[in-house]
Design a protein. Structure first.
Lengths: 42, 405
């Protein structure tokens, strides 16, 4: 088992980070998605 | 907002051509247009949050500023977490060019220019690329007197010159003062106005307006991340260096979208995301394929392109045939906008499409036919010999393809 809190950390919930986080979750990873502003990007 | 500008343009300037007669004057209400935009954007944001909520067992959403503590730990503002792999997707923002006096005046960026509550009487836009062109036409159509100052000799540098020059002409016809080949020297406030001093054709020229919009250059959003702590290296311009698997200099960290520079488009970030995720989680070693990256300037008519221009293709040693057709098909005439041109750049030896360039109404929606053909190395005959619905704008794509034989 992993010694880490999360398998994958995604920094930024824009139009790149969101599909990355979803795909990582789809293939079984535990994901943390960190966003400092609004989701969706600009 | 661009749609609001289109409607305003049609109603205020062209309605009578279509038999729509308006008594009295037409006014543009920026607050209403912005509220409409907000409804759409908020709906998208709600959808995103809903999507994340439905995945909360596998995706933990954390609102906070991320900062690497080391290569496996991150501070998120109110806590720290550890991670096995990381994907950097923080994007890029408009940069503030080093112009004398820029810190002494208020200016807009592509973000804040969408938050205005009252319409500026006049606006100087610094930057003749995608953002500058789109905002110039949009605010011009809203009713603002717009001056567009581009540094390059051509608007939209990198795009087909014939098409970008045509687009500059169309913007001028709408009343936008387009100046290319300019070098902005300084800005200063003067009463309620701002004065921009620039070299235009070698002569020092002063431009005055209520507002300035900066649309020149982009910079990666990495300032707060402390990439050094994670062992992630950046390139000279501050973008994150990646290989063709989107892996950074730190082997368990990937970077996607605008933060890595190169093609800075939303659709590229969306393409990158799953590739980096699969490489991170499954170690699939998938590589990105940027041979066929479509792009569009959401002007009216729209400038949309994919692949190489004629000049680029020839400089790479291709013997090319260029099919060029005016954007004046039956549907374009019916719509009432038959300006523009479509160009297919084709490899003479193989008939493969090397590039496709469109300046036409809905050019962005016309381009994917060429994108799909190019994706698997298709020839121009896929477009030139297939049946296209009449009367549609897509017939003009076929006309350009046929002209390339």
């Amino acid at each position: 088992m992993t010694a880490f809190d999360y398998d994958v950390l995604v920094i930024g919930a824009g139009q790149g980070g969101l599909p990355a986080a979803h795909m990582a979750a789809n293939v079984g990873a535990s994901v943390a998605l960190v966003e400092q502003g609004q989701v969706g990007g600009t | 907002m661009i749609r609001s500008a289109e409607v305003m343009h049609l109603v205020a300037r062209r309605a009578a051509e279509f038999g729509v007669e308006i008594e009295g004057t037409v006014h543009f209400n920026l607050a209403t247009a912005a509220a409409r935009k907000d409804v759409i954007v908020n709906g998208i944001i709600r959808g995103i949050h809903g999507g994340l909520e439905s995945r909360r067992k596998s995706i933990t959403f954390i609102q906070g500023q991320a900062r690497f503590l080391n290569d496996h730990e991150m501070d998120t503002g109110d806590g720290r977490l550890s991670f096995d792999k990381a994907i950097i997707a923080t994007g890029a923002r408009n940069t503030v060019p080093p112009i004398e006096g820029i810190d002494e005046v208020e200016y807009l960026t592509n973000r804040t220019a969408l938050l205005l509550e009252t319409l500026p009487g006049s606006m100087i836009i610094i930057g003749g690329g995608y953002v500058g062109i789109e905002f110039a036409q949009m605010y011009g159509r809203f009713g603002t007197q717009v001056t567009l100052l581009g540094r390059n000799r051509h608007l939209a540098p990198g795009e087909d010159r014939e098409l970008s020059n045509l687009l500059a002409d169309y913007l001028r016809e709408e009343g936008i003062a387009v100046h290319t080949g300019t070098s902005v020297k300084s800005v200063r406030p003067q009463g309620v106005e701002k004065v921009v001093t620039a070299l235009v054709d070698g002569a020092e020229t002063h431009f005055r307006a209520d507002t300035i919009l900066l649309a020149a250059g982009r910079v990666a959003n990495i300032d707060a991340l402390d990439l050094t702590a994670a062992g992630v290296e950046t390139k000279a311009q501050g973008f994150v260096q990646v290989d063709d698997q989107l892996r950074t200099s730190q082997p368990h960290v990937w970077a996607i979208g605008d933060v890595k520079g190169g093609w800075m488009f939303t659709h590229v970030a969306t393409y990158d995301g799953p590739i980096a995720a699969l490489n991170a989680v499954k170690g699939l070693g998938r590589t990105v394929d940027y041979r066929v990256v479509p792009r569009a300037i959401f002007s009216d008519p729209t400038l949309a392109a994919v692949g190489l221009s004629e000049t680029e293709a020839r400089s790479r040693g291709y013997d090319v045939v260029v099919g060029s057709a005016p954007a004046d098909g039956a549907r374009a005439k019916a719509i009432g906008d038959n300006r523009g041109r479509l160009k297919a750049v084709v490899d003479k030896a193989t008939c493969q499409i090397l590039g496709f360039h469109i300046l036409a109404p809905h050019g962005d929606d016309l381009l994917p036919e060429a994108v799909a053909a190019m994706h698997d190395g298709g020839t121009i005959e896929r477009i030139s010999k297939s049946i296209h619905i009449h009367p549609t704008l897509s017939e003009m794509v076929k006309a350009a393809a046929k002209a390339a034989r």
